[in-house]
Design a binder for this molecule. Sequence first.
Ligand code: AMP
Length: 405
Amino acid sequence: MSFQDFGLIDAVERGVQSMGYVDPTPIQLRAIPLILSGRDVMGSAQTGTGKTAAFALPVLSLLKSHGACRCLVLEPTRELAAQVETAFRDYSRYMDLQVALIQGGVGFGKQREDIKAGADILVATPGRLLDLMEQGDISLKDIQYLILDEVDRMLDMGFLPQVRRIVEKCPKARQTMFFSATLPPEIQTMTQWVLKNPEVIEIGANRSPAETVTHALYPVAKDQKFDLLIALLERTKFESCIIFTSTKIFADKIAHRLHDLKHAVVALHSNRTQRERVEALEGFKSGKYEVLVATDIAARGLDIAGVSHVINYDVPGHPEDYVHRIGRTGRAQKIGDAFTLVTAEEIDAIRSIERFIGAAIPRLKLENFPYVYTALFNESQIAPGGVGKGVRTLKGYSFGARRRR
Ligand code: AMP
C-alpha cells in the first residue's frame, strides 16, 4: 500500500511527496484509514515510527481548506510542540491552512496575532493554552479534531488536570486521537471519558527498543563514572551524541566539564530559558554542538536526525524512559549505539529495565581503562535470561567500525 492508496486529498499527497516519504510506516498504515473514516483512535507506537504523520496527514486531508480553528494538538513539552508544528507546516505546504504554535516561555504577542489572523490548527502546550483561553484570546468551540499526544508524559509532568480542563472546553461532537506509550490507571480512566469507542492501535511491542539500536551497559565504580564517560567519548567515533542525566544540576555540571575538555557541548533542560532551549536544540541539529547533555525533557519523541550515540550517564528511574532515551538514536532505520553507565547502586533499576524490555542488556568493559574494582564485574548471572556471561571486554576503537552505516 502506498500513500496514493489512502484517498488523502491531492494537496496532502503532494506534501508527503515533497518530504520524500515513499512507503507508509506501520502506524501510518493502521492509523490513516481509521482517522479518515472518522474513528477515534488510541495508539501506542515506538518513537521514531512516523506517529506525527500518522495523525497529521489524515487530519489535514479532512480539514481541506482554511476555515475556523478546528484542530487542537496538545504536546507535553515546548520542543515537541515546535517539532509537531513544523511537521504540520511541512505537510500542508500546498494548502492554505494556518498553523499556530502556542507555548510558554515566550511572549504572548505573536501567539495572539497568529490566533487573530485565523489559525486552523493549534499546536499547544497546556499551560499557555489555558492562559490564552482564560484571557479570552482562544475559543475551542469549533474544534473537530483533538489530538492528545504523549499523554503519559503529560501525566509525569503534572499536566493531567490542565488537559482535563482543556478537553472539557472542546465540543463533545469531535474526533479524538490519543497517544500514550504506557497506560497507567489515571490514563486509563481518562481514555474512558475522552474517547468514543476508540480503535486501539499498538505498533510493535512498545517496550522494546528500536531494532536499529545496539545497546550495552558499562559497569563502573561511582567515582570513575565521569572518567569512563570521557574515555568512551574519546574512543568512540561519534557524529553526534546525547548524554542523558537524571537531574538538571548534573546536566549542567557535565556540560561544563566537557566544555573545559574542548567538546562542542550544550545543555538542555527545563531550567534553561526558552531562548536557550531553542538555541541548544537548533545548534545540536545543525552540528554546531556535537554533544547535547539533556534531562528526560529531551527523551520523548524529539526527532533529531543523525544522532549516532546516546549515553545514559545514569540509569533512568522509569524503565520506559530507558526505551525513550535510547530511541533518540537509530531513528528512521539508521543505526545507533546506546551506552549506559551503571554503578552498583543502579543495578536494581537495570534489572527493572531488563524485565520491562524482556531482554538482557550486554555488559561491556572498555579495554585499557584503569578500572578500580566494582562488585558488578563479578556478576556471572548479571543478566536474567541468559545473555549475561559476565562482563565482556570490548576494544573502544571498534565502536565506529561496529556501526553498520
Ligand atoms: P515521528 O515518529 O513522527 O517523530 O517521525 C520520525 C521521523 O520519521 C521524522 O523525521 C519523519 O519525518 C520521518 N517519517 C515519517 N513518516 C515517514 C515515512 N513514511 N517515510 C520516511 N520517513 C518518515
